[in-house]
Design a protein. Structure first.
Lengths: 200, 200
């Protein structure tokens, strides 16, 4: 018997996918080999293509196949309004909601000292250079409203406090369509603390 | 903007994995590109290696990198005792439990007419030829104890009924360590129906 069979090697490799343990990896390996060899070939080609062509936009740090991504290159967007997000997925949610017409900076994660992710891994110095060099007027901190996202936002706000840029944070409160009966205490407290006077 | 970006292509490809929807595929794509390009390369190489080298054992239909797999080639095993299982994963469970010292036949699935999986897809004719040609003494039907597994076992038993081979089915009952309080009605009924007299 060889030291390691092709199936064992494949199983090990598939375990590198996030959220995939030994059982799922085995199921995937068997499925691809038995029922979907075309799918396996598609995955190989798509991975090779993406590995070769996808890099980061030199402006916003998002994934891009060009040096500057289509959002940063779009002159119709407000290039002085910068939205800081954790991940490309967050950026896509905001774009799909048409919630923002400025440009972005993608941290590619949040501060997580225990996982070895500090300011350097999040390119915070590149963010501060961007803010200084590109005449940014306002930085909207749109990291997640989780503990990690909040501390990342706090850290970036502290780094930027000496520049004369406006720093803002996404509004916190009851989501649209939310029912107070089912809202958690933290959200209700925020919604009361940050209540807005109604204009009349 | 190109018709389809490398990331979109990768996302589509990863959706071919079983149990992976659009959100998980996106998470995998971003994870591999941002945090684990080595892992992506490993997956590409392992898939290519497996696609090229893994085929089916001509005897038992299990995955194998050789024409006859190590289990079928093992002369210390009882080559006249044949265990029919649905999948390679089932075979591995049985092997890990050292529950069986004969040889196997792997159906690679179960009967599922609605999904287009009939006797031909499960190579049932190859199984009957194997039973006839290789002097099999007993066929143990070890398909799952699910509705599909049971009907697959029933079908194979009906196909083999004219050959003079012994046909058996895995025992059904309360699993070892099982507590009656938590057992389902079907299992309890089986356990009573198939109760065994204690030898004294």
């Amino acid at each position: 018997m060889p030291a390691k069979s092709a199936i064992d090697t494949l199983r090990e490799a598939l375990k590198r996918l996030p959220g995939i343990g030994p059982k799922s990896a085995q199921r995937m390996a068997f499925h691809l080999l038995e029922r979907d060899r075309d799918g396996a070939t598609m995955i190989v080609e798509a991975l090779n293509f993406a590995l070769a062509s996808v890099s980061h936009c030199t402006h916003c740090n998002n994934f891009s196949e060009t040096e500057i991504c289509t959002i940063c290159a779009n002159t119709k967007r407000d290039q002085t309004l910068l939205c800081v997000v954790e991940t490309p997925a967050d950026l896509e949610s905001i774009e799909q909601a048409s919630a923002f017409r400025g440009v972005y900076f993608v941290l590619m994660g949040h501060l997580a000292p225990l996982d070895g992710i500090g300011p350097d891994q999040l390119s915070v110095d590149r963010l501060t250079r961007t803010v200084a060099d590109r005449g940014i007027r306002e930085v909207v901190l749109a990291t997640n409203l989780t503990v990690e996202g909040e501390s990342t936002a706090d850290y970036i706000a502290s780094v930027l406090q000496n520049s004369d840029v406006v720093i803002s944070r996404l509004a916190r409160g009851v989501p649209v369509g939310g029912e107070l009966e089912y809202m958690d205490a933290g959200t209700l407290n925020q919604a009361f603390d940050e209540r807005r006077q109604i204009q009349r």
